[in-house]
Ligand binder design. Sequence first.
Ligand code: DAH
Length: 338
Amino acid sequence: METKTKQILNEALNEIVKAQTKQDLFLINTKYLGKTGEISLLMRELKNVPAEDKPKIGSILNECRQKIDTTLREKAKEFDEIELNKKLQNEKVDVTIPVKNELGTLHPITLTQKELMDFFVKRGFTVRVGTDVETDYYCFEALNVPKDHPARDMQDTFYITDDIVLRTHTSATQIHTMEKYKPPIKMVSTGPAYRVDEDATHSPVFHQFEILVVDENVSMADLKGTVEEFIKYLLGEKTKVRLRPSYFPFTEPSVEADASCPKCGGKGCSLCKNCGWIEVLGCGMVHPNILKNHNIDTTKYSGYAVGIGIERLAMIKYGINDMRQLYENDVNLLKQLK
Ligand code: DAH
């Protein structure tokens, strides 16, 4: 049995040396270490070995299994390195080569932000710039989200100190704007927001676009018209928009807007998870408490506010299924979007 084990070990090591691909390694692994692999079969024969030889043969078998396993792993690592080097070689940038007519491209997130900006600036909105680091007051308190409010759980916050946070949404710029300016207010603002969250549809850093309008006679009809118009502008005239009742502490009433999936036209596909609709924003009429806190006369003025997820819109617009692709900066993907 000892000879047989050594023979199998030699065979396995030989095959590993000759392996050309990771698939080969996988097959070798199954052949020798799999459930019905050669080593496993020998292990089963161990029960027929005389008791005094069992420890010795057992440990030889174990060593052999380990040797095959580590050699397979080492070889797999080699393949990984070769593959990585190939990739690096392909993507290598020689900065000394004179420029061919190869212009860079704007990132899909930037493109989407710019398109939204264009839409609103042409309609007389002012652009405000917020900051990524905010106090608890601007991010929550002033937006009608007091300390013990359950809505704070909806937004897992990165705290810098007890009182200073990475903003969880761009809505904080609404407050800065209302502090500085009197109605009529028509402002937009865009930038990163941060939440403790990460999977195929969430990233710890993402981007939002905020809209705030405060004026006389502003109604839900204005909000609906604006939302429908810019979604069609961005995703195409054929896009349908539906509003669903929702809840945000800073708006009353609150709604969320879905766009019909531009890929399948609403029939259902992988992009819209077979639902035909994709949620793109939250919005509503500015909560009267917020207006009152900024000495805005609520018998005369009302307002609407909108918060748009830029990544979501960019994914719909460019047919990207996994949000993480937006952050990998894969040159080939970016080229396709050109
Ligand atoms: N700030 C909300 C969020 O991040 C989105 C939002 C909802 C913004 C309603 C608004 C609004 O301005 O009116 O989830």
